[in-house]
Design a protein. Structure first.
Length: 318
């Protein structure tokens, strides 16, 4: 990795040299979330997305949340970066002049890309999330999707969808089964841990008649929601960062909508799923991806705070 440049007008001292911190995380989110007691006016924040050249919507949440964080004026600089599209993270980092740089992966799970490939390619030692490249210290935070406070983000997505489309009337939560729809893969067991954790947390709240995880490429599958539900009303929340191809096309088809219908609606600029839709004797609401929820900005701030406070404090990688 190219060393970061120092700002000539920088007055705040850089972090102590030689310190290393393992993957920062674990703390619970405080509401409302402000970066209380921490001064990040000397720091740069990089909101890191996966990126793709196949769907322009995949980058929207990164730019959305970066813009909001710039508006709040907490950091000296806020930048967008991606792994597979421009601006690429390897090009963005050398352009930043700050004694502290926090990279927050806007990823759903602690999977292969977010915890292995990207840190390795950026020069982080295995299991460690800090690089001291004097006079800069670069922090690689945990993915936003594994934070416990994603629970409120998910619940907000479900509630907004029901409130926006109450026809014929908004059902009470006790008569609804909530489904979190994830990608899933048998190649990495961590890919489903984040979503299963959220299912467990939401179940303890007793807000819904049932809460289940369903997956595109693992069991239980997306279409299994109709057998799993014990209620007539279903709300499906995609546990994805962006409203990309999986959210806009694949999952609606797996839920039972005809592919030509989905393609026609998208071509006309309409939502792929009409809320609510009756399928297999159930009434189904389908929300946008959790990554576009405004509350995700506060999760990003929590990841930064965790990394900053754990500087020089060893802890095991979860």
């Amino acid at each position: 990795m190219s060393p970061l440049k120092t700002s000539k007008n920088q007055t705040n001292p850089p972090p102590k040299a030689g310190s290393e911190a393992r993957l920062a995380g674990g703390g619970s989110m405080r509401q409302p979330c402000h970066v209380n007691g921490d001064d990040f006016s000397d720091a740069a924040l990089v909101v890191l997305g996966h990126g793709t050249t196949q769907n322009e919507n995949s980058a929207v949440p990164v730019f959305q949340h970066a813009a909001e964080l710039r508006r709040r004026k907490i950091f000296a600089e806020v930048r967008e970066a991606f792994w597979k599209q421009e601006p690429q993270i390897k090009k963005v980092l050398p352009e930043i002049s700050a004694p502290r740089v926090f990279i927050v992966p806007l990823f759903i799970s602690a999977g292969w890309f977010s915890t292995e490939v990207i840190p390795r390619e950026l020069g982080f030692a295995p299991g460690l999330s800090t690089i001291n490249s004097q006079p800069s210290t670069i922090f690689y935070c945990q993915p936003v999707g594994t934070h416990a406070s994603m629970t409120e983000v998910i619940l907000s997505c479900a509630k907004k969808t029901l409130e926006q489309f109450p026809f014929p009337h908004e059902p009470k939560s006790g008569y609804i089964t909530l489904f979190l729809a994830g990608h899933g893969t048998e190649k990495n067991e961590n890919s489903r841990k984040a979503i299963e954790r959220q299912v467990g947390l939401i179940r303890t709240l007793n807000r819904y008649a049932g809460v289940h995880a369903i997956f595109m490429e693992e069991s239980p599958r997306i279409a299994d929601c109709y057998q799993l539900a014990r209620t007539k009303n279903l709300v499906v929340v995609p546990f994805f960062i962006s409203d990309g191809l999986h959210v806009q096309e694949d999952i609606p088809v797996l839920l039972g909508e005809a592919k030509p219908v989905v393609e026609q609606r998208l071509a006309a600029g309409q939502p792929a799923w009409r809320n609510p839709t009756e399928k297999n004797g159930r009434i189904v609401w389908y929300s946008s991806a959790v990554g576009g929820e405004p509350r995700l900005v506060d999760v990003i701030l929590e990841r930064v705070r965790e990394a900053a406070r754990m500087e020089g404090t060893p802890s095991s990688v979860p």
